[in-house]
Design a protein around this ligand. Structure first.
Ligand code: PRP
Ligand code: URA
Length: 219
């Protein structure tokens, strides 16, 4: 990305982080002995770092500010110019990390689960904020495996008129990245780490297991 090449490696519209803090945190996240509380905190912290780096080109508008000494023109991000859209469930774990950076961002939700046999995503919920089509939308899901859930969620956002969409995932498989880049070449995809591939059940290797279960303690 423009100005951040030392922190991310770019392949077309896919940006893979090369950041020591993220590497450190991901190594703990992957560990099967890391408990739910620490897992949740790490997902939030990694998302926060990713948001800082990936939004380095966000649009600013001039504003007049009065310091104790004089008036000056400064630059701010327009209120409510960003929306966060987590793919339920696991994407919920990333919302607070983006909110730390953009506290006024509205949140939309897209519910998807993968059919365990076919690996095809099933949409079960979609509620997006009014006016989302005018905002920069950050779609979040910690896992990008086959890319099916991400592609369907991106299609749903585009159907609602969204044009400026970015996606952030913590762990991605090459299969997922290739599919999203092929079907949605206009979307910038930011991933913390690119893993080796998928196993026969569609799980990322080495991965971290089932992100939703580890975030919410369901298994
Ligand atoms: C996981 C993950 C993604 C999806 C990735 O969700 O959070 O949404 O799988 O897989 P894909 O790239 O092959 O589509 P899951 O379906 O397990 O639902 P959950 O978040 O409710 O656990
Ligand atoms: N969903 C997960 O939670 N983990 C994977 O490895 C793949 C899909």
């Amino acid at each position: 990305m423009i100005g951040s090449s030392e922190l991310m490696k770019e392949y077309q519209n896919v940006f893979v982080f090369d950041h020591p803090l993220i590497k450190h945190k991901i190594s703990i996240l992957r560990d099967k002995n890391t408990g739910m509380k620490e897992f949740r905190e790490l997902v939030e912290e990694i998302t926060q770092i990713m948001t800082y780096v990936s939004m380095g080109d966000v649009e600013l508008v001039p504003v007049e500010v009065e310091t104790p000494l004089e008036k000056t023109v400064q630059y701010r991000i327009p209120e409510e110019s960003v929306a966060i859209v987590p793919i339920l469930r696991a994407g919920l774990g990333m919302v607070n990390g983006v909110h730390k950076v953009f506290p006024t961002a509205r949140v939309g939700h897209i519910g998807m689960y993968r059919n365990e046999d076919t690996l095809q995503p099933q949409e079960y919920y979609c509620k997006l904020p009014d006016g989302i089509e005018k905002k920069t939308v950050i779609l979040v899901d910690p896992m990008l495996a086959t890319g099916g859930s991400a592609c369907d969620a991106l299609a749903a956002l585009k159907k609602r008129g969204c044009k400026n969409i970015r996606m952030m995932s913590i762990i991605a498989a090459p299969e997922g990245i290739e599919r999203v880049a092929r079907e949605h070449p206009d979307v910038r995809v930011y991933v913390s780490t690119l893993d080796r591939g998928l196993n026969e059940n569609g799980y990322i290797l080495p991965g971290l297991g089932d992100a939703g279960d580890r975030l919410f303690g369901t298994k």
